[in-house]
Design a protein around this ligand. Structure first.
Ligand code: COI
Length: 356
């Protein structure tokens, strides 16, 4: 396991080492923690840092003309720190998030922190909020890095100043269903991403447009929405908050990363784990009709982890999947993923980064 060190060592733990909250009842809502990290930078080729430090968690001041407020120049990431039974605090593949932010920043004309700056800042934020990292098995500390165009700009152009901000919140299950199967609604009126757009990067502008179809679907009792490609409307792409996989005759398939699908870190990890288990994995176009024939469907994401799909509704037709089989492919992949994080299965790929 890689270990990284930081110039700031912080231990803000209370008497028993934990914040006083009901650790058995956390979902995916915001619990404000103690500290956040703020790095102010100017736009030039080198990403010049003006100032960087941990500060008490709280509101930030923004110019009304900030690029992010006016033109949506912003990116975010999502990562988790877990506290293991052996006392280790571990991050999972943080360099993947750092690199994804770099690629996104390039697309959005923003400068970005280096991989080392990113990981060091994430580590500092996690350690400063150590008492909010849930006890083993009770969730994780969700880390939310943001890169925002905070310089004022009136005409449409990239801002001249940027803020890299990281806050954290303890979380457990993303969906109100807990780890139970999801009921997805296939959206054929609203698109999530278009060819040549920003669907393949974690731009903040990808998320507000899904609120309407998602809210409508939730009001009708669905867990979330599955989007189709915007060109033909024939192929599945992703869910509002996660990637999607199907399993047919033990072959695992997921839509190809083609610019309109977010390259999820959990997606990539599950493909790696599936290959390690000897499964055939295909990244390809998946016609929506294939959902009708699938043996299993499941979703992956940092927030959602790996969650089975119990039903999919498309154009008034509902198809259901058996999700109680303990030998299902998705349960096998999830248990290996969790066992690697918990140190019960060897981390052969070097994915874990210990931070304490
Ligand atoms: C994550 O999985 O970390 C995400 O960023 C998805 C978000 C909608 C919660």
């Amino acid at each position: 396991m890689a270990t990284i060190s930081s110039s700031i060592s912080a231990d803000f733990s209370g008497e028993n080492g934990y914040a006083e909250i009901d650790w058995d009842n956390i979902g995916f809502s915001l619990t404000p923690t103690d500290y956040m990290y703020k790095m102010k930078c100017s736009k030039d080729d080198e990403f010049t840092v003006i100032e960087a430090n941990l500060i008490p968690y709280g509101n930030i001041e923004l110019s009304p003309a900030a690029g992010v407020l006016n033109y949506g120049q912003g990116l975010f990431e999502g990562m988790k720190v877990i506290r293991r039974e052996d006392g280790k605090l571990v991050l999972f593949r943080p360099e993947e998030n750092a690199l994804r932010m770099k690629i996104g920043a390039e697309r959005m004309c923003m400068p970005s922190p280096s991989v080392d700056q990113f990981i060091d800042a994430v580590k500092q934020t996690a350690l400063a909020n150590k008492r909010w990292i849930p006890p083993p098995g009770k969730g994780s500390l969700y880390i939310r890095p943001l890169l925002l165009g905070t310089g004022p700009i009136l005409g449409l152009s990239p801002a001249l100043e940027y803020t890299f901000l990281i806050y954290a919140s303890p979380v457990r299950n993303y969906f109100k269903e807990g780890s139970a199967a999801l009921n997805l609604y296939v959206e054929d009126q609203f698109d999530r991403a278009s060819r040549g757009g920003s669907g393949g990067v974690k731009s903040i502008t990808n998320y507000a447009p899904v609120l309407k179809p998602m809210t409508k679907a939730k009001d009708r009792g669905f867990s979330d929405v599955l989007y189709l490609d915007s060109v033909s409307g024939k192929y599945i792409e992703e869910v509002s908050s996660c990637n999607i996989f199907i399993v047919k005759d033990k072959i695992i398939s997921t839509p190809t990363i083609n610019g309109t699908i977010l390259p999820g870190v959990t997606r990539k990890t599950i493909i790696n784990i599936a290959c390690d288990h000897g499964f055939k994995v295909e990244e390809r176009q998946i016609a929506v009709e294939e959902l009708l024939e699938a043996d299993e469907v499941f979703c992956t994401g940092t927030a959602v982890v790996v969650v089975p799909v119990g039903s999919i509704t498309y154009q008034g037709k509902r198809v259901e999947y058996h999700t109680t089989d303990t030998n299902s492919v998705n349960k096998k992949l999830l248990s290996t993923f969790v066992a690697i994080q918990n140190g019960q299965v060897e981390d052969i790929h070097g994915w874990l980064v210990e931070i304490n």
